[in-house]
Design a protein around this ligand. Structure first.
Ligand code: GLU
Length: 772
């Protein structure tokens, strides 16, 4: 049990011969951790039917509990039916495996482990054997006596365990008797087996035997008070190319202790792989494994070419094995069938021990990983959609709106209204925007009106004019309104330039249109049919997905008649090509990449629905997994995988055909969003803020001046003016003062309403030419 635990066995079969065997393995049977199947050797000499049955049940680990003479027979017949391959592991309970001729099984790579108590290399054992053989030849004793040492084919002689134990027993008895004799005089009495008389020294002799310690052929011999042997050490032996070798030790206190290092184990596997021919299962799928395109008649591995063929070739070169490529009989990847409890495809071939490795576009999935071993991934991918390339979009009547996004148009309209309104308000607030509008006479000064050119109507017109790069009659005069105008002009400059530049791009680039942009679009419609390879990992993904979208897609695919599934990826691609946009194919991205390099009217739509990898599959518990892993990693680090991918995707078999197309379609014009032009809106807002502050300053400054001149309170003056500015709907207002401000100068026929002095020269100038 200790050794099996050290070996990591959990699921195994016990092959036993008789009830004694069952008693020996009862401790194993009691352990719930193990999943054990029991098989008894038939009474006939033909064990093959039983072994075949075990093979069919997928037994790879066997505890063999049969008598020494039958070990060879069982192993031989197991070899005949293919139960002695490198994927099989045997633990032989007999302590005499080293006396069995294992010559025939040394090179199969099978893991055979056993225990022994007699070390054949021990000097004492060697000497005893030599004496024995010498005695036999010299004195002509019967060489066929059951206790004679066993002479093997290779002329090496082994002692059977029972013989060695008997030898040790005699030695122990002799020593005890000798010691007893030394301690007291012992007399010999004649005794009858069926008589009542006993030997008086009997008990003492037994006690001496328990007490004595000697080094025998089976190691140190000592007993406990009950008379059981103590401190026995067993050697753990394993079969290699060179025969049985010691790999560890077992003792009752420390249990099984392996003395081999991990490197030594790996080295052993590397050696066992040298010049071995592995059967590689694969299936035809572009560009992984393809039939070679040649006019010559090809045989063997030369019939195939492709990414996987090159990959396995490189791995074989690194590890030094030979291989034979073999197409899986049903051409499938591997699906579990509940009704037959069997796997099909490449996975099935591995489980039926028809192949040593499986390579192809074989996805590593949870379900498969439960039954076979996978190496490191050699390519990463995900499910995506293969579909017809987008078609040209008919020109839109309103395509002039396209350069800017809807957001930007809405923001612009808001900015236009906002700026116009602000201009209107600031113009009313600022004293410098009011000018005299009527003929002014000194005697009739009360009837004089001042006018504000920025009525709401005019403000809207002014901003519209500048937005469309035109001019208007109104020109702002106050600093605040000029700031508004300046910032607005800056804003329009940037917006119009951006619009013009993007419009040019929009007019020159072809607009493409696709009815579907991803899996969501597919799931939401039923017009365009879609399907995938039946029974592959893509199908499994949809059938087991918990996402509502993928569940809906799976139900749709299942319900379609005729079926939307295909038997191979090639047929799926064919269907997309013929479908004229009415069929989309769910396929793995690496294969889509290959197809879109060659069929320029097909493309990948949307991103990846999941993320997974391809790996090389091996039968469960294959000893080669670690080595192949390292070989794959080595090739990856050397960049070989990258080179192979480029060769088979871009270069060979018409690759790179669609590259120009790709670059053309990838140049496209995008509408400008808020993220592109947002900054200029910020500048506009900041400008509006500044203008408002300046307008308030102007207003306060003038009110203060007026208040000083009129000897009124600043607050009262400001109140009056603000009420007027806000309440007055008219853009004209009467001049409140008898005099007008001279500050605006004679060049304007206008005076500020808050101006305090109306000079004579100005007055006369105005009165002379009232219309100018
Ligand atoms: N690579 C897949 C598999 O191992 C086959 C292709 C597919 O399902 O799309 O099953």
């Amino acid at each position: 049990m200790d050794v099996l635990n050290a070996l990591g066995w959990v699921k195994f079969s016990i092959i036993y011969e008789n009830n004694n065997g069952l008693i020996r393995v009862q401790e194993l049977l009691k352990e719930h951790r193990y999943r054990i199947t029991l098989r008894q050797l038939p009474r006939t000499e033909d064990y093959r039917p039983m072994l075949k049955d075990a093979k069919k049940a997928g037994v790879t680990h066997v505890v063999l509990d049969v008598e020494r003479p039958n070990i060879f027979k069982v192993l031989k017949q197991a070899q005949q039916i293919g139960m002695l391959t490198s994927y099989h592991n045997y633990f032989v309970t007999s302590l005499d495996l080293h006396t069995v001729d294992l010559e025939d099984f040394r090179h199969g790579g099978t893991n055979i482990t056993a225990l022994r108590v007699v070390d054949p290399e021990n000097a004492m054992v060697q000497r005893v054997i030599q004496d024995w053989v010498f005695g036999q030849t010299r004195y002509g004793r019967n060489a066929n006596s059951p206790t004679a040492p066993t002479l093997m084919n290779n002329n090496i002689t082994f002692l059977e365990t029972e013989v060695a134990l008997m030898y040790d027993a005699v030695q122990l008895f002799a020593k005890a008797l000798h010691d007893l004799h030394r301690s007291r005089h012992i007399d010999l009495t004649r005794l009858e087996c069926d008589g009542d008389a006993t030997w008086v020294h009997g008990n003492s002799l037994i006690n001496y035997m328990k007490w004595v310690e000697i080094n025998g052929l089976t190691g140190l011999i000592k007993f406990d008070t009950e008379g059981f042997r103590r401190d026995v050490t067993l050697e753990i032996v394993e079969m290699t190319k060179d025969g049985l070798v010691r790999v560890g030790r077992w003792d009752p206190t420390n249990g099984a202790n392996y003395t081999r290092t991990y490197q030594e184990v790996q080295q052993g596997i590397v050696e066992s792989l040298q010049n071995k021919t592995l059967i590689i299962s694969t299936i035809l799928a572009d560009p992984y494994t393809m039939l070679r395109e040649t006019s010559e008649r090809m045989t063997g591995n030369d019939r195939y070419e492709g990414f996987c063929v090159d990959l396995i070739h490189e791995i074989a070169l690194v590890l030094g094995f030979n291989y034979t490529l073999k197409l899986a009989s049903d051409g499938k990847h591997g699906k579990y069938h509940e009704n037959t409890d069997k796997w099909d495809g490449m996975i099935g071939e591995l489980l039926d021990q028809k192949a040593d490795l499986a390579i192809g576009d074989l996805t590593i999935t949870y379900e498969r990983e439960q039954v076979v071993d996978f190496t490191m991934p050699w390519m990463n991918l995900g499910i995506s959609i293969l579909y017809r390339k987008p078609t040209r979009k008919p020109p839109n009547l309103f395509s002039f709106l396209s350069p800017l996004s809807l957001d930007v148009w809405l923001y612009m309209a808001t900015a236009y209204l906002g700026v116009s309104l602000l201009l209107f308000v600031l113009a009313r607030l600022s004293p410098y925007e009011w000018s005299v509008s009527a003929v002014l006479r000194p005697d009739d000064s009360n009837k004089t009106n001042t006018e504000n050119q920025f009525s709401l109507h005019n403000s809207l017109w002014f901003t519209m004019g500048s937005l469309l790069q035109q001019g208007t009659d109104q020109q702002p005069k106050a600093v605040s309104t000029r700031i508004v105008a300046g910032i607005w002009w800056f804003f329009t400059l940037i917006m119009i330039s951006s619009y013009t530049a993007n419009l040019a791009a929009f007019l020159t680039v072809e607009r493409m249109e696709s009815p579907i942009e991803g899996a969501e679009d597919l799931a939401q419609q039923t017009k365009i049919k879609y399907g995938c390879l039946y029974g592959g990992s893509t199908w499994t993904f949809f059938s087991t997905s918990k996402m509502p979208t993928y569940q809906r897609m799976f139900n749709f695919m299942e319900s379609q008649r005729p079926s939307v599934y295909s038997k191979s990826n090639e047929m799926g691609v064919e269907r997309v090509l013929r479908g004229d946009g009415m069929y989309a194919y769910l396929m793995e991205s690496s294969s889509i990449e290959y197809i879109t390099e060659r069929h320029c009217d097909l493309t990948q739509v949307g991103g990846l629905l999941d993320s997974k990898s391809y790996g090389i599959a091996l039968p469960p518990g294959s000893p080669y997994r670690t080595l192949i892993n390292s070989a794959v990693l080595k090739l990856q680090e050397m960049g070989r995988l990258h080179i192979l991918k480029r060769r088979w995707w871009k270069e060979k078999r018409g690759g790179g055909r669609c590259e120009d197309d790709e670059s053309k379609s990838s140049s496209k014009a995008n509408e400008l969003g808020l993220s592109n032009v947002g900054g200029v809106f910020v500048v506009l807002l900041a400008g509006m803020g500044l203008a408002s502050v300046v307008a308030v300053c102007e207003f306060v400054w003038k009110s203060r001046k007026l208040a000083t001149e009129e000897h009124a309170s600043v607050w009262a003056e400001m109140g009056k003016e603000i009420r007027f500015a806000l309440a007055c709907s008219d853009s004209n207002k009467p001049v409140r003062k008898k005099s007008l401000d001279h500050e605006n100068g004679p060049s304007y026929l206008s005076m500020n309403t808050y101006g305090s002095t109306f000079t004579a020269s100005q007055y006369s100038f105005a009165s002379k030419d009232p219309l100018s």
